[in-house]
Design a protein around this ligand. Structure first.
Ligand SMILES: *[C@@H]1O[C@H](CO)[C@@H](O)[C@H](O)[C@H]1NC(C)=O
Ligand SMILES: *[C@@H]1O[C@H](CO)[C@@H](O)[C@H](O)[C@H]1NC(C)=O
Ligand SMILES: *[C@@H]1O[C@H](CO)[C@@H](O)[C@H](O)[C@H]1NC(C)=O
Ligand SMILES: *[C@@H]1O[C@H](CO)[C@@H](O)[C@H](O)[C@H]1NC(C)=O
Ligand SMILES: *[C@@H]1O[C@H](CO)[C@@H](O)[C@H](O)[C@H]1NC(C)=O
Ligand SMILES: *[C@@H]1O[C@H](CO)[C@@H](O)[C@H](O)[C@H]1NC(C)=O
Ligand SMILES: *[C@@H]1O[C@H](CO)[C@@H](O)[C@H](O)[C@H]1NC(C)=O
Length: 916
């Protein structure tokens, strides 16, 4: 939460000489000139290639080879297909500079200060690239050799590349391009390997030989999902670039950014480089997720993951086309063919790892504040929450609790009662989480601070190029940065946490500042001049330099140089932290991290770092939450209500209603604020039960928890751009109010019957937007036809320990059926699923009978009872209702709602309820 203040001067400055009007008005049809170089002589080189792979030999067109391209050839390239040949931000591109790269120069008008630019300098159609020289079969796919005859314009351009293709599954393809002669840095992520070649892939892959290109199609529709011949492949040591045309404009993912859920392809550059900055549009933020999901025509979807941890940019342009531009590593792509969006995400999570099951209390309500002056003040807050009977699962502390902002210490005077506070929380079934920053204060005088002294002794800090401990500055003053790529660091981290746990028995950890953030650019002594701190190309990172507000890119870490590992810092710290928590507590770890990278969902959740109390920030939280579900980090939320003093009662009430549906719900506000109306909180608690179930689903199958509408309605194109509403799991539609001063809200309802969650009144939508009443105390929730939702009455302090009975809501489909399930475990033990320590039930309704079937039973569920069944959409008033064959009283309302109460049925035993 400690964001280092960004200065206006941090912004990369775009070229400022935009004087003349664009001279090119007419654009001839694109295919006219393309057809000359994509001329297929139709010679099939490898006739019997498996899996529908065909290698076409293409007529070789002599390129002008870094010479000047005739103007008519340049102007013939349609604007949307102009791929930037001179992306350098710090340079005003001139004709000479552009032509020295063998590219086309067409000056144009540019809005000042806008980084979403159409390029002035772009590749001519025949810009030299690689040629596919040979292609051989391997067990899993094929391996090929790419060769470039003419050098491109970045230093250490690599002449020979190895292409390897693995047909890993019928829906997953792995394509890697790297130096064929010397090894390059690769992300140390364990990825499951295929053992045999896919037998019936739902895709086919073709190659263009000269220039080299990949063409990926979906077999069922013939849709071209990737076509990389559209711009040259460039592979220099510190500049790697590959472009592709896209089959549609419906592109999602590519985090972490503050953006609408649906990206704009109208010239935008997304920069990926972990950065400490309050969330702002257009710039690189805390985490890095080089993954996109794309909706094709007809509701199919695919995803592409570039496994690369270097600073990179993704350029989106209206062709529609996408360019990956990274400054290191290899081009290592995983492609997921779905065919529906849920399956794409599952396939992606299969590769990066499914999210961990958080402890149940982690899904409850968290209270946090920066500026609790003392532990007694923190304690007062907890007590007041109890007085108001507002459920609270965890109390947090920010950096105030530390002595001199040093990790693993607490302020002995102001926070004198911290251990007692934590003990008291535990007595009430509540939990304690505190902030921990990675940067370790130097020891002054030497020998006075064990974490630093011992860290030095064990050599676990990040070093400068000269091999000295790199010193930066963070909250405590001068600091060193632990190198979590070194296994000894994890052991040292564990020992530190363990020592502190003996004093303050915390339950979870909030790892902040782990981009890693540094108040000095690079180090207190800056950075040495060299290839890592001054690479030939610097992506459009905030601050204009890789070392801006972090350590030097040249810094030495055990596995590699920081240049390669920077984006992995948060992931590696989260992994060490989760592992330490398991060893200390023996229970499911709860870790919330600011910086993230693919696979981090296995170790931590994330908060969006957003702490501004603004209506727009509340909106931005929805695309943020939806994105992190795609990224495999479903335990995510924004700070509810915001931190600053300008929160209004209205905003906070609306935000709390929305925040109830963040999987990770943490509030920064003080409870005495009238806006924290307990009635608003009750919705948190009402839905808490569902959160558990859904998060569990995410654990088992990689499903999303808070999901975009199009995941469930992929055929309905209207849903593709919706990010002001979302689905909670598969069946609950959330329509929050996101603006001030209104008492109604308009939401879209995909085709089908939807029931008001509270009343059961139905709407039969033909796929339309509807205006609904939305008074301040109400958030609109609708249940999708065919769903059965288990709900639970909230407990007064902590819902986790509550043994309150369940109410089941069945929302009948148009053919009067419904389905739902429930997973139940103790909420904190490790591997309950693997050990069978859980209960699993399936509910269904067919032909006027509700059935609960126990598929797996465990003692934990025996104390839970079902009190009430409510059925929405019962068309005819029943004359009698029987429960397990015995007559039972019921009520029926005009809006077709049947309620059967006082059931007192044991959840651990199957039952049936019939109405006729
Ligand atoms: C967010 O809050 C932190 C302190 O909690 C503060 O340093 C930072 O400036 C705030 N950012 C914004 C954008 O309000
Ligand atoms: C850049 O221009 C586009 C289109 O004109 C606009 O939507 C966007 O907000 C601008 N971005 C900035 C940073 O000004
Ligand atoms: C393919 O096989 C041929 C013949 O054995 C060999 O010369 C060539 O180097 C191989 N290519 C690759 C990329 O392995
Ligand atoms: C692939 O892209 C090239 C270059 O833009 C184009 O000429 C070709 O027609 C495309 N191929 C397909 C199958 O779309
Ligand atoms: C906190 O409360 C305890 C118990 O009431 C008291 O002994 C202690 O002095 C208080 N600490 C501070 C810093 O006020
Ligand atoms: C950093 O320097 C220390 C002390 O010289 C040494 O023990 C350690 O191995 C170095 N670490 C790396 C990654 O170079
Ligand atoms: C509903 O449950 C009953 C009892 O377990 C089962 O026989 C039936 O097949 C189920 N129906 C559906 C549609 O799942």
């Amino acid at each position: 939460m400690k964001s280092y203040q960004k200065l206006a001067t941090d912004l990369p400055q775009p070229p400022d000489a935009y004087a003349e009007e664009e001279s090119i008005a007419r654009k001839p049809p694109y295919h006219r000139q393309l057809s000359t170089w994509w001329l297929c002589v139709g010679l099939l080189m490898v006739a019997v290639l498996l899996s529908g792979v065909t290698l076409w030999m293409l007529k070789q067109v002599p390129g002008d080879q870094l010479g000047q391209t005739p103007p008519e050839k340049c102007s013939a390239v349609p604007e949307p297909f102009r791929f930037d040949c001179y992306p350098e931000w710090s340079v005003v591109v001139t004709k000479e500079l552009c032509e020295s790269r063998g590219c086309c120069f067409i000056e144009r008008v540019q809005p000042r200060g806008n980084r979403s630019t159409k390029p002035w300098c772009f590749y001519p159609p025949d810009f030299p690239s690689y040629t596919l020289e040979s292609l051989n079969q391997t067990e899993l796919g094929m391996v090929g050799l790419l060769r470039r005859k003419v050098k491109a314009y970045y230093p250490r351009d690599i002449e020979r590349l190895q292409l390897s293709v693995e047909f890993e599954t019928d829906t997953r393809l792995h394509i890697k391009i790297t130096d064929s002669t010397s090894p390059r840095y690769e992300v140390p992520l364990e990825v499951p390997r295929a053992t045999k070649r896919a037998e019936n892939p739902i895709y086919s892959l073709e190659f263009s030989k000269e220039p080299f290109g990949l063409l990926l199609r979906r077999r069922a529709s013939g849709a071209v999902l990737l076509n990389t011949t559209v711009a040259p492949l460039i592979f220099a040591d510190q500049f790697l670039q590959i472009s592709t045309v896209l089959p549609s404009i419906f592109l999602y993912g590519l985090g972490e950014h503050r953006s609408h859920f649906l990206h704009s392809l109208d010239w935008s550059t997304l920069t990926l480089w972990a950065r400490d900055v309050p969330p702002m549009q257009f710039y690189n933020l805390y985490g890095v997720h080089p993954f996109y999901l794309l909706m094709e025509e007809g509701g199919a979807a695919h995803g592409v993951f570039l496994l690369n941890s270097n600073a990179m940019e993704v350029v989106l342009q209206p062709a529609p086309a996408l360019t990956w531009r990274t400054i290191g590593g290899v081009l290592d792509f995983y492609i997921f063919l779905g065919p529906d969006p849920n399956m794409v995400i599952q396939q992606y999570h299969q590769v990066i790892g499914f999210p961990a099951m958080p402890p149940l209390w982690g899904l409850g309500f968290h209270l946090c504040r920066w500026g609790y002056g003392t532990s007694n003040e923190t304690w007062q807050t907890v007590k007041a929450m109890r007085n108001y009977q507002i459920p609270q699962d965890a109390q947090w502390n920010d950096i105030d609790y530390m002595e001199g902002y040093r990790d693993f210490t607490y302020e002995p005077e102001k926070f004198d009662t911290l251990p007692q506070l934590v003990e008291d929380l535990h007595k009430h079934g509540q939990h304690y989480v505190m902030i921990t920053d990675p940067a370790i204060s130097s020891s002054n005088p030497p020998g006075s601070y064990w974490p630093y002294d011992e860290g030095l002794r064990r050599g676990i800090f990040i070093n400068t190029t000269e091999g000295q401990t790199l010193i930066g500055q963070v909250w405590p003053g001068l600091t060193a940065f632990p190198d979590f790529s070194n296994p000894d660091t994890s052991q040292w981290w564990l020992e530190n946490l363990n020592r502190f746990h003996a004093l303050v028995p915390f339950d979870g950890l909030w790892i902040d500042m782990n981009e890693p953030s540094n108040f000095k650019d690079g180090s207190v002594h800056g950075c040495p001049w060299g290839e890592f701190d001054n690479p030939p190309y610097v992506p459009a990172v905030l601050g204009g330099s890789l070392s801006s507000k972090t350590t030097c890119a040249s810094a030495k870490q055990r596995v590699s140089v920081h240049y390669n590992l920077h984006n992995l810092y948060g992931l590696m710290e989260a992994k060490a932290t989760a592992s330490a928590l398991i060893q200390i507590r023996g229970k499911r770890p709860f870790v919330i991290s600011r910086s993230t990278f693919p696979s981090q969902g296995r170790y931590s959740g994330h908060w969006l770092g957003d702490n501004r109390s603004k209506w727009s920030d509340m909106y931005w939280s929805i695309p943020g939450v939806l994105n992190f579900n795609l990224f495999g980090i479903p335990l995510v939320g924004a700070d509810i209500c915001g931190f600053s003093g300008t929160t209004t009662e209205e905003l906070c009430t609306r935000w709390t209603q929305l925040g109830a549906f963040y999987p990770f719900a943490r509030n920064h506000n003080y409870l005495n604020d009238k806006a924290q109306d307990p009635a608003a909180f009750s919705s948190v608690v009402r839905t808490a039960m569902k959160e558990v179930l859904l998060t569990h689903r995410a654990h088992l199958q990689g499903h999303t928890v808070a999901r975009p509408l199009f995941f469930e309605f992929p055929q309905d194109e209207i849903t593709y751009s919706i990010d002001k509403q979302f689905l909670w799991g598969r069946s609950l539609l959330v329509t929050p109010v996101l603006e001030p001063g209104v008492d109604s809200v308009t939401g879209y309802f995909p085709r089908g019957v939807w029931y008001d969650y509270y009343t059961g009144t139905s709407v039969n939508s033909s796929g339309e937007s509807l205006k609904m009443a939305a008074p301040l105390d109400h958030i609109n929730l609708h249940v999708r036809e065919g769903a059965i939702l288990p709900t639970q009455k909230p407990g007064s302090t902590s819902w986790v320990s509550s043994r309150n009975p369940l109410r089941l809501i069945a929302a009948l489909s148009q053919n009067a059926s419904a389905w739902g399930d429930l997973f139940w475990d103790d909420g904190e033990s490790l591997e309950t699923f693997e050990k069978g320590a859980y209960s699993y039930l399936v509910f269904n309704v067919t032909q006027n009978v509700f059935t609960s079937t126990v598929l797996h039973a465990n003692v934990e569920a025996t104390y839970i009872t079902v009190d009430t069944l409510t059925v929405y959409g019962v068309r005819d008033e029943p004359s009698r209702v029987t429960v397990n064959g015995k007559e039972n009283p019921f009520s029926y309302l005009d809006n077709q709602v049947l309620t059967v109460s006082h059931l007192n049925l044991k959840l651990s035993q199957g039952f049936s309820i019939r109405w006729q």
